[in-house]
Design a protein around this ligand. Structure first.
Ligand code: HEC
Ligand code: HEC
Length: 393
């Protein structure tokens, strides 16, 4: 498949790649997608938000939403995509260290664009080198989550972003400090877009950027939704059969059929947006330090349950699980194969699987086909993302 090379690259390649690809939006037709009509008409009805913004009309332009094979239209709180100006500002703020109390940490520190917007350290380090208790999840495809955080503790990307800014173990800012600290550099632009320079407007810009981090169009998508039989190996095809068959991964890591979502396209987010206990973090099979979903619901039945993470781009985001305790995809498969870690709340769907060595290797090969084609180039050389910045994905 021939694809146009993005014309200009700047900044961290991971981010640049995504932004550049955002300008490819609505290319359904040249990708052999079954539903170019719905996609095209959706995009053409997308209008800039008509809120009380004070941006002069000329400066207002809805950002191009990256519609990608395998994913539906992302979820925008106002129903329409953000403006280009919001996304550009949010991108800058995302790597702005002024957003932390000691100017040492930005969002990018823990959500590294060259690592699938996740953190290769099992637990991230916040300001003053404070160690957090959980692994930073990927922000790719965050627009498709119904709850944010491993315990689903935040209802929106905005709320989760504000929590990061003010969490004493992450960025450690006092709410009241934020306008004075960011005002000199960003005040004018924030006011031009949102009419105010407040913590709320900052997180709106951050969220606008994050919602554009759509990353579908993996080899697997090209195979299953695009009909390209050669996009993945025979081993990966067998792995998919194990995934939906004897390993029962699909019970929680959902794909949706063409009929079951509102716009009739084909999609797979690989999450049910629910919470399950698969036994991670149980030391002596009875007790866990991190209560997970129980912290939110105060229901002891939710102890040790965590949000089902997407499996898209999972090959980029080791280590795995809420505590980063599993280093490789094979370790993850072994965890499920042995039936998780038995504990009083273990999910019904987690039981010994008796997979053969070949099944396990096939499953891993399948998981590796879920990486967006545009990101695979960055991932192949994460130490020097610039080196791929001129290459066409
Ligand atoms: C010190 C490391 C650190 C920094 C800095 C940080 N994060 Fe996070 N982020 C995390 C961790 C850890 C989690 C998981 C939190 C949890 O579940 O308790 C997370 C979760 C998230 C999520 C939810 C993702 C999901 O899949 O549910 C979003 C969105 C997010 N962060 C955005 C941001 C933004 C925006 C910033 C900058 C304002 C930021 N983060 C800064 C470590 C960090
Ligand atoms: C009962 C629901 C359920 C089933 C079945 C299930 N998963 Fe999961 N999966 C989860 C949950 C919940 C987590 C996060 C658990 C945690 O962090 O404590 C997870 C985490 C993962 C992760 C780590 C992702 C990351 O970003 O850290 C991978 C990889 C994974 N699962 C693959 C699989 C595979 C492969 C199978 C089939 C063998 C499978 N899952 C079956 C619910 C499930």
């Amino acid at each position: 498949m021939v694809r146009r090379a993005p014309t200009k690259w700047s900044g961290r390649a991971g981010v640049a790649l995504l932004i550049a690809l955002a300008s490819f939006g609505c290319r359904g037709a040249d990708m052999g997608v079954a539903t170019p009509v719905q996609r095209g008409s959706l995009a053409s009805t997308a209008q800039p938000a008509t809120s009380s913004r004070v941006t002069p009309p000329a400066a207002r332009r809805a950002a191009n939403v990256p519609l990608e094979l395998g994913l539906i239209w992302p979820n925008f709180p106002s129903g329409v995509p953000p403006d280009e100006s919001e996304v550009a500002l949010g991108k800058e703020l995302f790597s702005e260290r002024l957003l932390s109390a000691d100017d040492s940490v930005s969002c990018e520190t823990c959500h590294d664009s060259a690592r699938g917007f996740a953190d290769p350290r099992p637990a991230s380090l916040g300001i003053h080198g404070k160690k957090g208790r959980r692994n930073s999840p990927t922000l790719l495809n965050a627009a498709y989550y119904e709850n944010l955080g491993w315990g689903g503790q935040e209802p929106s990307i905005e709320a989760q972003s504000l929590a990061a800014l003010t969490n004493p173990e992450e960025m450690g800012l006092e709410r009241e400090q934020i306008p004075a600290k960011l005002g000199p550099r960003y005040g004018d632009r924030l006011r031009a877009i949102y009419g105010e320079a407040t913590p709320e407007s900052i997180v709106r810009a951050l969220a606008a950027f994050q919602r554009m981090l759509v990353a579908g169009d993996s080899p697997f998508d090209r195979y299953i939704y695009g009909g390209d039989q050669d996009a993945v190996s025979e081993q990966a095809k067998r792995g998919f059969a194990v995934f939906i068959g004897e390993a029962r991964c699909i019970q929680c890591h959902f794909m949706r059929s063409a009929q079951s979502h509102p716009f009739g396209g084909f999609s797979g987010t690989f999450t049910d947006n629910r919470f399950h206990n698969i036994g991670i973090g149980y030391e002596n099979k009875q007790h866990t330090q991190d209560l997970g979903r129980e912290e939110v619901t105060h229901n002891p039945a939710d102890r040790g349950a965590f949000k089902t993470p997407t499996l898209r781009n999972v090959a980029l985001t080791a280590p795995y699980m809420h505590d980063g305790s599993l280093a490789t995809l094979m370790e993850v498969v072994e965890h499920y194969n042995k039936g998780g870690v038995p504990n009083p709340n273990l999910d019904f769907d987690v039981k010994p699987l008796h997979l053969t060595d070949r099944n396990k290797a096939d499953l891993v090969a399948f998981l590796q086909t879920l990486t967006s084609v545009k990101l695979a180039a960055v991932a192949s050389n994460p130490a020097a993302p610039e080196s791929v910045s001129g290459a066409a994905p």
